[in-house]
Design a protein. Structure first.
Length: 740
């Protein structure tokens, strides 16, 4: 592979390179020192037409100064004429190691040359031979994204078996990574993806995104700036589809401190370039663009078709009244059994129905629980050897009626890569590893197990008083033996801790005190605080009585039912609820179905949530779990919901606003103060950090390779395990261990 070659002439005192200005002209540097002169006669580096880059070089003379230390005082640069140039072609070998461990720290970002010859999967080559697909060179963009691989260049073929609930359709961003820009393994560096480059205005209000030329949707239609314009103008900002749309819909997230506040718009520059224009500076927009809900079209599955960063405009316009023929649209609405075009549109804005940009985007069976996905023939990534990704031909789901059946099937070896596994069965999974021909992968956890207090609870005045009381929240924290919970239900993994920066982040040491505040059980102190809250009276059974005379204090720890995919087991939540009972608080576990979960939250019905939540880079702000009114207030610029009532909570929002205007590396004092407030006020009570909870415990077949990338942090916001690039997973010999 011929590539650009940079020569460096080292004289021991100065590195000097002269670049040719033309075939008859060059710049020569002459370095003068006291009493001596060191001259570089000529060195020319020149590009020639075409792809061959040559080096033109002449001899370098060096004048030595024996026994002296030469100090350079100044440089004199002069132009000389070159009468003759001798051209010597230099071949430079491409980097030989394509793996992520070839660089430090490990990274999927490739810094070598882009291949000029490409290979494709045999199943696609056959379609090309039959005339059903264009050649691979025509299906790839002009500049395909080259990605490093974890262990080795893979081989094509095989069916990746997945097991999930019987209602799961398989369209999830962890399996279908399709982001515009992507977060690397370090959970910090942002690299290219669908976008090959980007730039910001000097005031950081405008961000211009340059897409790769020649990108195509999985159905072969061009992917371009119009798909981004459509997603914003015709979907996100359409008040029929989104009557309560967020003013800051352009904001790349907004849940954590420092994200773009987001009031803005989108402007098309040309077919492959568009610009986000914000009212306020958004210095950290790029990271949140990669990390949050701005992940690509694959997020539509959990947005219920309501919007994404980009959408297939060529496909969806037929279901949109601004583009479709009214009579035809009305007929489609009736045929589908819907009452409105919005319902029809949302049903079509899904990977199950339309085209996608992920590695597997051809849905051959949309039956929930039995979904089958085939490779995207137009996928835009290659490995360093020029092989179009993905390696695996097909991803096939089978159905598990409940969590126990899923566990049984995985232990029996029926899944090749099973994510978010049941930690309650940790020891049993290890015991059956040889029989099931699998091993486990535990990522660095990005989730903190916690109790979250609903600060906007309005259904009972007494419980509202308690939940919004700092002393009540501290008493709850002090009543729980978090280390015993860790040892009993989390296999001793991790440690008691409040939400905090992840280890290794640049601000980790700033919040050591808050990280451990109220983490050690102190029943006496908890009882004292509860007594002072007017809960000193108890009934005959020892339960604390409400201060309003309406019986005993009876509250709930709520989470999603494990059968619907919650990581927290019934035993864990039930066990945690026993500790407050020791101080007279009658706490019961409460498990909600996933079908009712979001309405349960939106109605403000949750008292105390018991589950895992993402933390790390940014402190959390209230969302619809623990501040639904504040969440609405923020999302509608104050038109709906209710502003924070607690001054310390208002301080959190103010700090977040200030941090959003600073580059992340300059926001440490603000973010540290936010984490300290969260801990001091116990707005969130941390139970454990470090146990492999959501998305961080995987069961993987022994012949499934490139699956264990070192150092990755499992968080759901950047697509959970999408950060390990599932498109580069492969089977040894191109088949799973069942032979297909």
């Amino acid at each position: 592979m011929k590539t650009r070659f940079t020569l460096v002439a080292t004289l021991g005192l100065l590195v000097i390179v002269a670049l040719a200005l033309a075939c008859t002209k060059e710049v020569v540097k002459e370095v003068q020192v006291p009493g001596k002169t060191v001259v570089v006669e000529k060195e020319v580096i020149k590009e020639v037409p075409g792809k061959t880059v040559v080096v033109e070089k002449e001899v370098i003379k060096e004048v030595e100064v024996p026994g002296e230390t030469v100090v350079v005082e100044k440089e004199v640069i002069k132009e000389v004429q070159v009468d003759k140039i001798v051209v010597k072609e230099v071949l430079v070998a491409a980097p030989s190691d394509p793996t992520i461990t070839a660089v430090t720290p490990p990274s999927f970002i490739w810094d070598g040359p882009t291949p000029t010859k490409f290979n494709e999967a045999p199943m696609l080559a056959e379609l090309v031979r039959q005339g059903k697909l264009p050649p691979v060179e025509e299906r790839l963009p002009e500049n395909p994204l080259v990605t490093r691989v974890t262990e080795a260049i893979g081989v094509y073929g095989g069916t990746w078996r997945m097991i999930d609930s019987c209602t799961f359709p398989g369209e999830v961003n962890s399996l279908h990574p399709d982001s515009v820009v992507a977060v690397d393994l370090d959970d910090e560096t942002v690299g290219p993806a669908l976008a090959e480059s980007w730039s910001a205005s000097s005031d950081l209000k405008n961000w211009t995104i340059h897409l790769r030329k020649g990108l195509r949707w999985s159905d072969g239609d061009p992917f371009d700036a119009d798909d981004f314009i459509f997603a914003v103008k015709d979907v996100m900002q359409n008040t029929d589809l989104n009557p309560n749309k967020r003013d800051g819909v352009m904001g790349g997230g907004g849940r954590g401190a420092g994200s773009a506040r987001g009031v803005g718009d989108i402007v098309k520059v040309d077919d492959y370039t568009f610009r986000y224009e914000f009212v306020l500076p958004s210095p950290n927009f790029l990271f949140y663009y990669a990390e949050t809900g701005w992940w690509g079209y694959s997020t539509t599955h959990w947005r219920s078709g309501g919007g994404s960063t980009y959408m297939p405009s060529h496909f969806l316009k037929q279901f949109h009244p601004d583009y479709a023929d009214k009579a035809e649209l009305d007929q489609m609405i009736a045929d589908a059994g819907f009452d409105t075009w919005q319902e029809l549109f949302r049903s079509k804005a899904t990977l199950r129905v339309g085209p996608g940009m992920g590695p597997w985007a051809v849905n051959t069976d949309a039956t929930p629980g039995q979904t089958v996905w085939e490779r995207n023939p137009y996928f835009w990534k290659v490995d360093p050897a020029g092989n179009q990704l993905p390696y695996v031909d097909t991803v096939a789901y089978t159905c598990g009626e409940n969590k126990e059946i899923i566990n049984f099937k995985v232990m029996a070896g029926e899944a090749d890569y099973a994510h978010q596994m049941d930690l309650e069965k940790y020891a049993l999974f290890l015991k059956n590893a040889n029989q099931g021909n699998y091993h486990h992968i535990t990522a660095q956890p990005g989730i903190t197990l916690l109790i979250m207090y609903n600060l906007d609870y309005m259904l009972d005045e007494e419980y509202t008083r308690l939940l919004t009381s700092k002393d009540f929240r501290i008493a709850m924290s002090l009543s729980i033996d978090k280390q015993e919970l860790t040892d009993t239900f989390l296999h001793g993994l991790g440690k008691p801790q409040n939400m905090s920066f992840h280890p290794g982040t640049i601000f980790y040491d700033r919040v050591e005190n808050g990280r451990n505040l109220y983490t050690i059980q102190d029943v006496d102190r908890a009882n004292e605080l509860l007594d002072k809250l007017g809960l000193a009276e108890r009934d005959a059974d020892g339960w604390r009585l409400r201060s309003d005379g309406q019986g005993k204090v009876e509250m709930k720890f709520t989470t999603v039912h494990p059968d619907d995919g919650a990581v927290q087991s019934i035993a864990l939540v039930t066990g945690a609820a026993q500790y407050p009972r020791d101080v007279g608080l009658y706490i019961t576990p409460d498990f909600q179905s996933i079908a009712d979960w979001w309405s349960f939250l939106e109605e403000g019905s949750m008292q105390m949530g018991f589950f895992g939540m993402q933390s790390g880079r940014d402190p959390n702000l209230p969302d619809n779990h623990w501040g639904p009114l504040m969440w609405a207030w923020n999302n509608t610029d104050g038109r709906e919901g209710r502003a924070p009532q607690d001054p310390r909570m208002q301080r959190l929002w103010d700090l977040s606003s200030q941090a959003s205007l600073l580059r992340y590396e300059n926001s440490g004092p603000l973010l540290a103060e936010m984490y300290d407030i969260l801990a001091q006020e116990q707005f969130i009570t941390g139970i454990n950090y470090g146990a492999p909870l959501q998305n961080s415990y995987q069961i993987v077949k022994n012949n499934f390779k490139n699956t264990n990338a070192p150092g990755w942090i499992s968080r759901y916001r950047p697509g959970s395990w999408a950060v390990v690039r599932p498109e580069q997973f492969f089977f040894e010999n191109g088949k799973n261990d069942a032979g297909y």
